[in-house]
Design a protein around this ligand. Structure first.
Ligand code: PLP
Length: 382
């Protein structure tokens, strides 16, 4: 079989070989981590070692890491209305659907904050929205992702946190895409809660974490046993958590290679723009994840490009993976006000730890062929 070029890391990253081996080994740890006997203690020790590894990735304390079934559950847990107070939830218009669904918040207690044409949250709009509610005595809970999954645009989390804290609120940041791609530190971000997902950093699917700042508490979504310090009931996914821990450690080490990824991504963008000079790189004017490029080709259909690239052995996405299959522009591009003709031709190319120059060249060859065909079909139609 010909080698394929996988350029869809924001949908999911390949499982790292070291993670694969650690997960297989951990499957043999059959004890219940809550049991006091030797088998239980062995499983418990494996979980606690992983907790330290995950905490290190974001500069948190291990006891503040709550393992969940993934980024979606971590977001839902963060947005489970905190007990004992009246909260109002604010979220940027470009959040992942698992945030936009609002957790346990009702529509009336949820406000969407707009983003600029570059896909970055409008901080002045956030400040004035918070100001509006202040007299009502509501406490704000603000959810602002660390980086967007479609455009890679990095959000001003620390600046937003300052505004939110001045208003007496809490800030949650969905860091699922930023983790392992840019350095992350919960204190530097000034965030109260951070969501992580193992499969975006080369770990297994179905495991993630909500990481809390020291002193922050959450209302459990799942009640029952006393696992995760009574914050998330259910017997732990021991092997998944072990894999997450190894992936977190490797992802932290890989941050040293971020410039190499950025260089490959720059080459891809420059090459693509040379092939299709009328194409646009979305969020090009703002800081972005070094691995992500959202390329919009006017007059093209993203689905046609994705399928054409797939047939040539190159994997990319149109819009976010969760919404792929939908023909209309993604909610992210709509929130940015991208013209529909441009948005419908937007593909997301995302690189990662195993990407090489060969993959970039494979993309450019296949993209070049597709654009040539597009131009020919335009000539025929004219
Ligand atoms: N948040 C962001 C920004 C994402 O990109 C995703 C996955 O695409 C999620 C949350 C959901 O994570 P999971 O797939 O682990 O539920």
């Amino acid at each position: 079989m010909n080698q394929r070029s996988y350029l869809d890391y924001n949908a999911t990253a390949p499982l790292r070989a070291e993670v694969h081996d650690a997960v297989i080994e951990a499957l043999a740890l059959y004890g219940n981590p809550s049991s006091v006997h030797a088998e239980g203690r062995a499983a418990r020790a494996a979980i606690e070692a992983a907790r330290v590894q995950v905490a290190r990735l974001v500069g948190a304390r291990p006891e503040d890491v709550i393992f969940t079934s993934g980024g979606t559950e971590a977001n839902a847990l963060a947005l489970a209305a905190q007990a004992g107070e009246a909260w109002h939830c604010y979220m940027s218009a470009v959040e992942h659907p698992s945030v936009l669904s609002g957790g346990r918040f009702y529509r009336e207690t949820t406000t969407t904050v707009p983003v600029t044409a570059d896909g970055v949250v409008a901080l002045d709009a956030l400040a004035s929205e918070l100001e509006k509610h202040r007299p009502g005595g509501w406490r704000p809970l603000v959810s602002l992702m660390a980086a967007n999954n479609e455009t890679g645009a990095i959000q001003p989390v620390a600046e937003a946190a300052k505004i939110v804290h001045e208003a007496g609120g809490l800030l949650h940041s969905d860091a699922v895409q930023a983790a392992g791609r840019v350095p992350l530190d919960i204190s530097a971000l000034d965030a109260d809660m951070l969501s992580l997902s193992a499969h975006k950093i080369g770990g297994p699917k179905g495991v993630g974490a909500l990481v809390l700042r020291e002193g922050v508490s959450v209302e459990p979504l799942l009640k029952g046993g006393g696992q995760e310090r009574r914050r998330r009931a259910g017997t732990e996914n021991v092997a998944g958590i072990v894999g997450f821990g190894i992936a977190a450690e490797l992802a932290a080490a890989d941050l040293a290679k971020v410039l190499e990824i950025a260089k490959l991504c720059d080459e891809l963008e420059a090459g693509a723009l040379a092939i299709a000079p009328d194409a646009a790189v979305l969020s090009a004017r703002v800081p972005r994840l070094p691995n992500t490029t959202c390329l919009a080709v006017p007059g093209a259909k993203a689905e046609t490009l994705v399928i054409g690239l797939d047939l040539a052995g190159v994997s990319v996405s149109s819009g976010s993976a969760c919404s792929s299959g939908k023909v209309e522009a993604s909610h992210v591009l709509r929130a940015m006000g991208v013209a529909p003709e441009l948005a419908q031709g937007a593909i997301r190319v995302s690189l990662g730890f195993a990407t090489s120059n060969t993959d970039i060249q494979a993309f450019l060859r296949a993209f070049g062929e597709l654009i040539k065909r597009l131009k020919q079909s335009r000539k025929v139609a004219a």
